[in-house]
Design a binder for this molecule. Sequence first.
Ligand SMILES: *[C@@H]1O[C@H](CO)[C@@H](O)[C@H](O)[C@H]1NC(C)=O
Ligand SMILES: *[C@@H]1O[C@H](CO)[C@@H](O)[C@H](O)[C@H]1NC(C)=O
Ligand SMILES: *[C@@H]1O[C@H](CO)[C@@H](O)[C@H](O)[C@H]1NC(C)=O
Ligand SMILES: *[C@@H]1O[C@H](CO)[C@@H](O)[C@H](O)[C@H]1NC(C)=O
Length: 263
Amino acid sequence: MKKMFCSFVFCCLCFWRLVVFADAVKNVSVKEGDSVTLESGVTQIKERDLITWIFEPLKTKIAEIDKDAGIFKTSDVPDGRFRDRLKLDHQTGSLNITNTRTTDSGEYKVTISRSTGGTTTIRFNVTVYARLPVPVLRRDCSSSSSSSCSLVCSSVVNVCDVTLSWYKGISVLSSISVCDLSISLSLPLEVEYQDKNTYSCVLNNPISNQTTHLDINTLCHTCAEGHAPCCDSVEAVLRLAAAVLLVNDVRAARGQMKKTEEI
Ligand SMILES: *[C@@H]1O[C@H](CO)[C@@H](O)[C@H](O)[C@H]1NC(C)=O
Ligand SMILES: *[C@@H]1O[C@H](CO)[C@@H](O)[C@H](O)[C@H]1NC(C)=O
Ligand SMILES: *[C@@H]1O[C@H](CO)[C@@H](O)[C@H](O)[C@H]1NC(C)=O
Ligand SMILES: *[C@@H]1O[C@H](CO)[C@@H](O)[C@H](O)[C@H]1NC(C)=O
């Protein structure tokens, strides 16, 4: 019986600790380049209040306020990633990070020692999401047939947390999401020439997206069908050069696709 009671108390303690812990971590998402303010939760700093901000990934103090001693300062980490981008609100002790970069992601901790006694700690889990490029559509002439047009939507991104999808109207047809060092996402789609649906390729992360709409009429009539014979020798040389470039392009694209398939 006693043993049961002990485990009950132990569980309660664990649970209490979990709840307190969960409450004290705030998730903050921000788009690269935007600014963000981490709120200290204080409305007005009092004399003898001490506030310290720590960037946890490097265990480095990045800001402190000691009103009594007249200290209100921010300081960079050794690698200089915050250079001129940290601002302290002198009234609340909140920390504003301007022009955010993905390398600002991580946990931030503020500790507030009140003059009235007691210490509060708030943790912020900050995630800075990279700006997304617009996905690129191209026709895949090598596998298009007379009745259907093969397309590829692709995007080169150097971050995780992104998904590339084909939409037909508002429903997802297919999507791909890879997290690897060399991230080149590409996703095929086959459409009939006469298809009247609206298709779009969307690249998205948890907070934003970039969309490219497919215009079948334009994109599905761009495969080179061979050129009319031409007489100007300069133009012929230029065409030859262009053809070589095109072949190289296609080869590069194929290499890229192979790589993507291997992932
Ligand atoms: C913060 O994010 C983590 C992981 O995504 C999640 O488990 C947690 O519940 C979130 N916390 C809050 C307060 O939303
Ligand atoms: C952070 O500070 C900048 C520059 O003072 C200001 O423009 C911006 O609005 C602040 N950001 C937030 C989220 O308060
Ligand atoms: C912080 O947030 C990110 C993105 O939501 C999540 O993947 C990560 O697990 C969180 N970390 C913590 C310590 O909550
Ligand atoms: C893309 O973002 C916009 C808002 O910026 C939103 O209205 C839309 O639903 C999003 N689309 C997708 C496919 O996530």
